[in-house]
Design a protein around this ligand. Sequence first.
Ligand SMILES: [Zn+2]
Length: 92
Amino acid sequence: MKIKTKICTACKQEKPITAFRRLRSAEDGLNSRCKECCDKYVGRVAFNRMLKGATATTEEELLKILRVVIDELRNRGFEVKAQLERKQSVEL
Ligand SMILES: [Zn+2]
């Protein structure tokens, strides 16, 4: 039995239809982006929206935004292992 595949509009990769979420409004009933790209996209949109709304872009503010994004990802079943390290020197 041949596994049905679909090409993701974002990463242009051919993936099995199980890699796509269902979308009732779509012609074939599936999202045009694969799950992976979808999540990346959703995260980026949320991040941009929050960044735009943030008037203060202090490090603390940025970390707060990052935590919101990470929390959201955790809520969506992701295992997030995030660690930030401040570089001692900055090359210009
Ligand atoms: Zn994709």
